[in-house]
Design a binder for this molecule. Structure first.
Ligand SMILES: C[S@@+](CC[C@H](N)C(=O)[O-])C[C@H]1O[C@@H](n2cnc3c(N)ncnc32)[C@H](O)[C@@H]1O
Length: 255
């Protein structure tokens, strides 16, 4: 057991998964993937296992779902939240599977962290059965419109936020990369996460939590700036001026 998983953290993950924005995201992803009973599906960067839990239900007892993630800590959480799931420690860039094993592969918010996206795509292509499909959900952080009364501080915070990713703008090159990998047809769709309040049910509040921890751990922000940033958002919320809009992209690639 590691330090990451505990009952409080698991409850927090469940609460986040139940927010309107995350329920919608999983539903859009599920629609694009449209899993069928009996299919064998691999989820890359499975995270807390909540999407895998829904997938297991969709493929039924004749199907099979494997969740792969590079973090032992997060897999501990996945095993807790999805006790009947199969979860493997591994790297999306070097898949521990034989060729042509899966009907479909799904990955949400994972490729943005990878150092070698093209190699990971070719690995996914290798382990897909002929006729298989791959569904990827990603964000281009330049599509974020987040209202502030302190643009200079918001700009610096967002630069620090984007630096967490290996590629914070992946969707704009992903379609071409999927074609170059060998997929014969690639479709792309998008939806916006739009929050006009800063309530606990919003993705904006979740993002603000990550932003706060990034500022906390960075020498580029003073404690005063960290509080100013949050107060700005709370103030905008009080005066009905809160605005957060971010595009998600879903790419569906078919062999
Ligand atoms: C932002 S989370 C997304 C989790 C989940 N897919 C979701 O949508 O809630 C990114 C996940 O990718 C995993 N990850 C990062 N690099 C990876 C790699 N090279 N191979 C496999 N998983 C990786 C992280 O450990 C983390 O669980």
């Amino acid at each position: 057991m590691n330090d990451f998983y505990n009952a409080e953290m698991a409850a927090r993950q469940e609460r986040m998964a139940l927010t309107t924005d995350m329920v919608r995201q999983r539903s859009e992803l599920m629609k694009a993937l449209s899993p069928k009973p009996g299919e064998h599906i691999l989820e890359l960067g499975t995270g807390n296992g909540i999407f895998a839990r829904e997938l297991i239900h969709s493929v039924g007892s004749d199907g099979h779902v494997i969740g792969l993630d590079s973090s032992d800590a997060i897999l501990e959480m996945a095993r807790h939240l999805c006790p009947n799931g199969e979860f493997l420690l591994g790297d999306a860039q070097d898949l521990p599977f034989e060729d042509a094993r899966f009907d479909a592969i799904v990955a949400a918010q994972v490729f943005c962290f990878l150092g070698d996206v093209d190699h990971a795509l070719s690995e996914a292509f290798r382990v897909l059965k002929p006729g298989g499909r791959m569904i990827i959900l990603e964000t281009d952080w330049d599509t974020l419109v987040w209202h502030t009364q302190n643009p200079e501080l918001m700009g610096r915070m967002l630069d620090a936020y984007k630096a967490v990713y290996a590629d914070a703008h992946l969707p704009r090159t992903l379609r071409q990369r999927l074609v170059q990998t060998g997929f014969s047809r690639v479709e792309i769709d998008s939806f916006a996460i739009l929050n006009t309040d800063f309530g606990d049910d919003t993705y904006a509040k979740q993002t603000a939590g990550f932003a706060d921890s990034i500022m906390e751990g960075s020498a580029d922000f003073t404690t005063e700036e960290q509080s100013m940033w949050l107060e700005d958002q709370e103030h905008l919320d009080r005066i009905d001026g809160f605005f957060f809009s971010l595009n998600r992209y879903i790419l569906s690639a078919f062999m």
